[in-house]
Design a binder for this molecule. Structure first.
Ligand code: SF4
Length: 1018
């Protein structure tokens, strides 16, 4: 049913509105009264969390059932959970309208099948679907499994089928997918994080040691300066944004919004600063240059906690846009010189006076000296006055009693140098002393509700759970793998927590293979696939279009809309033999073969891909956890069963896997050992419960664990309470080591619901459970001075009491490690320090550097005209040929989200569709005038790769900027539109975007590309 905005208000006025409308306060009183009456009668209240964004707002789901056995529970009302410490009863338009998603008329009801060349779906039974899918998967695996590579090394990998897992699935579903995929030897296993926050992981891990938001939503209220850049929190994370307003009102914080568009965050900011999309590194390195040249530095913090004083290899250099070691043939760096100078013991040399010319600090000062205010103005379009205002505001937080926080999202990540943008901001925070302290941090505002969790679970083609690396083919033995993955400390007393790598790895293998994984068989090392290259979504998409892939499982993932250059993705899907879509809803991907007119103009008879559509549960119909942006694992409960024949995700995975295992038992096949040996001790083999899976990944003792005196501290079979209990001798199992402690002998810690906050500072330690070990602010040792006393007593996180660390937060440090040891607070880094210079952890340089986007409006890079783009970015030749130039596509386009919509899900939710009923683009008044376009005209926006048509919104929100002497216009393109759902059929925006990604993470460059625009009709 399609309803226009005008019709909607007529319906509301007629008193016919549903409870969702009532909950929003848009309906007449009588409807609201009816809602209340339901709750008083026979409703059941169930605690859950919003399925959309990573704020993870608390939700109360009300369902009705008469309580009789086998009675079907039906959710009829949703409202915010007033107990939830972050959302405190609030829901944004998406969350408030979620009932329309749960009950969408486009929810899938039965398994369906599309035969090769057919133009229709046909209903099939689950048994038929599972059997056919298992046979297709087994046939492809048997035919294409590689046991040894050309050099004769055992690699045991399967690359011709891919598996994409959503970022809204629970951790338990993710853990099961990880187990099954790796036991099959499947390498192309990816999650939505690749599309959005991949650079957050690579940059923050390279700088601080962990790739996650450093602080938490509530903590934002402690900030004195809030910089929102590369994101639009008021629009994309509306309820989390309340903590920014809290900081403004109750902490006198200054809010600065830096963005190409005057958006909803800017509308309530103290200062809006326009900037050209994609020029953020210039701005941020300009800030660092300002801080250094004006001596606005927290030197005590800097020397104690960052690697500013460490000495760098004499041969490290930077010249004309290239760091030392670049090979122009391979387009890769030899990183040998990106290293410290070390003494005879291998410890890094340092000069705490910061006078040595080779210390990181002086190399950094030289590197950023080119980023003067004039250069910032020339390349970003930001006025010098605005730029200096931001510099001064940030500089004000160098004192210990003030803090600045950066909030960002995809505006920073989705560039060919996204990782280095985030790095630049992370370095500013080290210089000012704003990491590990209340109100500080680099706060990656994650997108999907569990994008953090599924990143933690390790659903990426080159990862294992909890940031362990999947072995490469150049690591054929366990000994070599562990040697290369276990770092040596670069300082005498450093914690260097990754020295425990072998304990995490062996416990994972015990979790996957139980008794079959033994010391004698290297804990089943051969059973893991060994990779030759990273099978990220861009790599796998290329394999599809090159005819090198045969199958794809899309589990809550919509690659036709998510991977750039839709035409290229559709071409790839058309070459597959089979596609399996597991989803609660119809997706564009599942229907890629169907003609939807101009928005998807294909001929089904020419497409031979077999397609399966399997209906799964949505969030409201499952138990389990999702991880919010602040690393909180929040347990939620099912309020109803999946509708019709829909099945829970773990049940679908289990049935497919068990059928495959059965086929191998009956018929034999290629390398079936790991399939047979995979642990599967679930009460109902066909339906592993969330509780069983959660206990699984937490881990347990497989034998009595004893302390140094031989006393038993954990009995065989008991749940573990900390990853410090893990061993590498086969006595412990643990699927996801950073989640260890989430389900202990005391029960499910993730289900805790006490919102108490004795500190009054937004710690909320007893609500849910945060990884690691319930620490709420990462690196909190940095909040204390050399003697272990708080830098700001009013913002106490932890302090040394003479025997141990105590305080408001769980210490992110060894509990009894005294300050006199002088060990650094960044315990995951082997030097213990925050990385201004990040050594060889990134492929494109130890310092950030500004490169132009691959489609640049200024055709040059004034900083180094011979090196315009990021030299380390991987661009496939056929995709390079599909890049446009400013001659034909003179305008810069950027994509973004809307408050009312979440990607491609809310187009199934009627209320959200009514709120934003039609696809539109935004242009500034100057461009509109040049092109003769008025508000409401239909326009065609074209890139080298295709076009979309949409309504034009002419606005003052997009200023014309002067860049390198020329006028640059920006076209704003909201992303959440498509042709599946109850929305008017619309174009997929990725029709326009280029097929390339961030050099380190391959996250696509969605934020800056070139287009042309013209009016079609009024
Ligand atoms: S979309 Fe995000 S902000 Fe809105 S209700 Fe859901 S979790 Fe909260």
């Amino acid at each position: 049913m399609l309803v226009s905005r005008r019709q909607f208000f007529k319906i509301c006025a007629g008193g016919m509105a549903g409870t969702t409308i009532a909950a929003l306060g848009l309906a007449p009183n009588v409807a609201l009264a009816q809602t209340r009456q339901y709750k008083l009668l026979k409703s059941k209240e169930t605690r859950n969390n919003c399925t959309y964004c990573s704020v993870g707002c608390g939700m109360l789901l009300y369902s009705r059932t008469d309580g009789a056995k086998n009675a079907v529970s039906s959710i009829f009302h949703v409202e915010g959970d007033p107990d939830h410490p972050v959302s405190r009863g609030s829901l944004c338009p998406k969350g408030a309208g979620v009932l329309d998603y749960i009950k969408s008329e486009t929810r899938l009801k039965y398994p369906e099948y599309r035969a090769p060349g057919s133009n229709q779906w046909q209903r099939i039974s689950w048994d038929e679907a599972i059997d056919r899918i298992a046979r297709l998967l087994k046939a492809d695996r048997d035919k294409n499994f590689i046991t040894k590579n050309e050099q004769g090394t055992t690699v045991n990998r399967w690359t011709t089928t891919g598996w994409l897992v959503t970022s809204a699935a629970s951790n338990e579903t993710g853990w099961l997918a990880a187990k099954v995929a790796r036991s099959l030897g499947l390498l192309p296993l990816e999650t939505q994080a690749r599309v959005c926050h991949g650079p957050s992981v690579s940059s923050l891990a390279a700088t601080y040691g962990r790739g996650a938001m450093t602080n938490n939503w509530n903590d934002i209220k402690n900030a004195n300066v809030v910089i929102i850049m590369g994101g639009n929190a008021a629009e994309a994370h509306p309820v989390g944004f309340k903590w920014v307003i809290e900081a403004k009102i109750h902490n006198g914080a200054e809010l600065i919004a830096i963005d190409p568009r005057f958006q909803r965050t800017a509308a309530v900011a103290d200062l809006y600063v326009p900037i050209r999309t994609g020029s953020d590194i210039v701005f941020l390195l300009g800030v660092i240059n300002y801080l250094i040249t004006h001596n606005e530095v927290n030197f005590d913090y800097l020397i104690a906690n960052s690697n500013a004083s460490l000495l760098v290899d004499d041969d490290f250099d930077f010249h004309e846009g290239l760091f030392s070691g670049f090979d122009s043939q391979s387009k890769k760096y030899d990183q040998t010189t990106w290293a410290y100078q070390t003494d005879a013991d291998g410890f890094a040399l340092r000069d705490k006076t910061l006078k040595h010319p080779r210390c990181v600090w002086n190399l950094l000062a030289k590197h950023v000296s080119r980023y003067t205010p004039d250069v910032v103005n020339n390349l970003t379009g930001t006025s010098i006055e605005h730029f200096l205002h931001v510099c001064r505001s940030l500089a004000s937080t160098k004192s210990n009693d003030r803090a600045a926080t950066f909030l960002y999202a995809l505006g920073w990540t989705q560039h060919s140098y996204g990782t280095q943008i985030i790095r630049a901001a992370a370095m500013i925070q080290l210089i000012l002393g704003n990491i590990g302290v209340m109100g500080g941090g680099i706060n990656a505002l994650r997108g999907h509700s569990n994008i953090q969790g599924l990143t933690d679970v390790g659903l990426l083609s080159n990862r294992l759970p909890a940031y362990l690396d999947l072995p490469k083919e150049s690591q054929p033995t366990l000994t070599q793998y562990l040697q290369e993955k276990t770092p040596k400390a670069l300082g005498i007393n450093e914690v260097n927590f990754w020295h425990n790598y072998s304990k995490f790895f062996v416990s994972l293998m015990k979790s996957m293979y139980g008794d079959k994984a033994t010391k004698e068989n290297n804990w089943g090392y051969d059973w893991l696939p060994k990779w030759d290259k990273v099978y990220d979504i861009l790599q796998f998409g290329k394999m599809m279009r090159d005819g090198e892939a045969n199958g794809l499982i899309c589990q809550g993932f919509n690659p036709l809309a998510a991977i750039p250059d839709k035409q290229s993705v559709r071409e790839g899907l058309s070459k597959l033999k089979f596609l399996i879509s597991i989803d609660p809803l119809m997706t564009e991907t599942a229907e890629f073969w169907q003609n939807h007119g101009e928005v998807n103009d294909v001929d089904p008879s020419t497409i031979q891909t077999e397609v399966f559509k399997l209906p799964s549960n949505c969030f409201a119909e499952e138990n389990g956890t999702i991880v919010n942006s602040a690393r909180w694992l929040q347990w939620h409960w099912a309020a109803a069963n999946p509708p019709y024949e829909a099945m829970n995700d773990p049940d679908i995975i289990a049935r497919i896997f068990l059928r495959i295992r059965e086929l191998y038992q009956q018929e034999g096949g290629t390398y079936a050992e790991p399939i047979h040996y995979l642990t599967w001790d679930y009460a109902d083999a066909n339906a592993p419960s969330a509780e069983e899976l959660a206990k699984d990944y937490n881990g347990k003792a497989l034998a009595d664990l004893t302390d140094q005196n031989g006393n038993i501290v954990v009995k065989k079979g008991q749940q573990l309470s900390s990853f410090t209990q893990l061993t590498d001798d086969g006595k412990t199992s643990c699927g996801i080591w950073i989640f260890c402690g989430s389900w202990t002998e005391d029960g499910n810690q993730m289900a805790r619901r006490d919102p108490i906050d004795p500190s009054g500072k937004g710690i909320h330690s007893d609500w849910a459970w945060a990884w690691p070990l319930n620490r709420r602010i990462l690196y909190n040792r940095a909040s204390a001075d050399a003697n272990g006393q708080p830098l700001d007593p009013k913002r106490l996180l932890i302090k040394w009491n003479g025997e141990r660390w105590v305080g408001n937060d769980v210490p992110d440090y060894t509990l009894t490690l005294a300050p006199s040891a002088e060990a650094g607070p960044f315990i995951m880094n082997n030097d213990g320090l925050g990385g201004l210079f990040c050594l060889n952890r990134l492929v494109d340089g130890p310092f950030p550097e500004h490169y132009e986007p691959f489609e640049t409006p200024i055709k040059t890079n004034p900083l180094h005209p011979t090196q315009i783009n990021n030299p380390a970015t991987r661009v496939f030749p056929e995709d390079r040929a599909r890049l446009g130039t400013a001659d034909n596509y003179p305008y810069v386009a950027t994509t973004y989200s809307l408050t009312e919509h979440f990607h491609f899900w809310t187009q199934h939710s009627l209320l959200n569709v009514i709120a934003q009923p039609e696809q539109f683009i935004e242009i500034g008044e100057n461009l509109a005038q040049q092109k003769g376009i008025k508000l409401g005209d239909t326009v065609k926006v074209s890139s080298k790769r295709g076009y979309i048509k949409a309504k034009a919104v002419v606005t003052k929100r997009l200023p014309t900027l002067t860049i390198n002497g020329q006028q640059v216009e920006t076209v704003g393109i909201p992303i959440p539109f498509g042709y599946a759902g109850v929305m008017k059929k619309s174009f997929l925006v990725n029709t326009l975007t280029p097929y390339l990604g961030d050099a380190n993470s391959q996250t696509p460059e969605y934020k800056t590309f070139l287009v042309d625009i013209k009016k079609i009709s009024e």
